[in-house]
Design a protein around this ligand. Structure first.
Ligand code: UP5
Ligand code: MG
Length: 189
């Protein structure tokens, strides 16, 4: 992976802040490949892998899956893709994820997009998503919010201290959020 030297942008923000939605727009506009850590974990469950049951249980509780598991899936997805620029959506989720990813892959992100959104708005979005996700029920949503505040915000603070965070007001309609996202990518084009 160190030979490939891919360009990586981390896309972070609370559950339902619009990471997946905006990543789809960024892919169309800027030619990145979108890797959602959550989607990779859900695919791993479906594939019937030995870790599937553990991953399923953790996602149902809104808990962060061990970083070895997630990092392996991300590395594989990066290696198997010819593109050299990737959006990593929903990872790293805690300081241990962050440090392990940097040391295992040698990859340091170009920058970090942070979708800032109120819990009230995120809750509303998640409860009306209706895609059959095991974690889109009010109890698990509350647990996901708690994990985000207690573990994931520290990652954003870390990158903020390095001057790498581009904060986006993600509480607005999709189109308006994307205008702000475009501005964040424009200088790097
Ligand atoms: N929507 C989007 N933008 C909108 C807007 N501006 N206005 C109005 N509505 C908007 O959007 C959510 C919903 O809101 C959609 O219906 C959308 O149309 C609408 P989406 O783009 O899907 O938001 P996103 O931020 O991607 O929400 P998601 O639920 O995917 O975020 P999570 O971070 O909770 O989920 P993720 O899949 O990343 O992780 C799930 C679980 O996997 C974690 O809880 C954890 O258990 C596990 N996990 C790990 O352990 N490790 C990892 O590294 C990653 C995941
Ligand atoms: Mg998502």
């Amino acid at each position: 992976l160190s030979e490939k030297k891919p360009k990586v942008v981390f896309v972070l923000g609370g559950p339902g802040s619009g990471k997946g939605t905006q990543c789809a727009n960024i892919v169309e506009h800027f030619g990145y490949t979108h890797l959602s850590a959550g989607d990779l974990l859900r695919a791993e469950i479906k594939s019937g892998s030995k870790n599937g049951t553990m991953i399923q249980n953790m996602i149902s509780e809104g808990i962060i899956v061990p970083s070895e598991v997630t990092i392996k899936l991300l590395e594989k997805a990066i290696m198997e893709n010819e593109n050299d620029k990737f959006l990593i959506d929903g990872f790293p989720r805690n300081e241990e994820n962050r440090a392990a990813f940097e040391s295992v892959t040698g990859i340091v992100p170009e920058f970090v997009l942070f979708f800032d959104c109120s819990e009230e708005e995120m809750e509303k979005r998640l409860l009306s998503r209706n895609q059959g996700r095991v974690d889109d029920n009010i109890e698990t949503i509350r647990k996901r919010f708690k994990v985000f505040v207690e573990s994931s915000l520290a990652v954003i603070e870390y990158y903020n201290s390095k001057g790498k965070v581009k904060k986006i007001d993600a509480g607005k309609p999709v189109g308006e959020v994307f205008e702000a996202v475009k501005a964040a990518f424009a200088p790097a084009k």
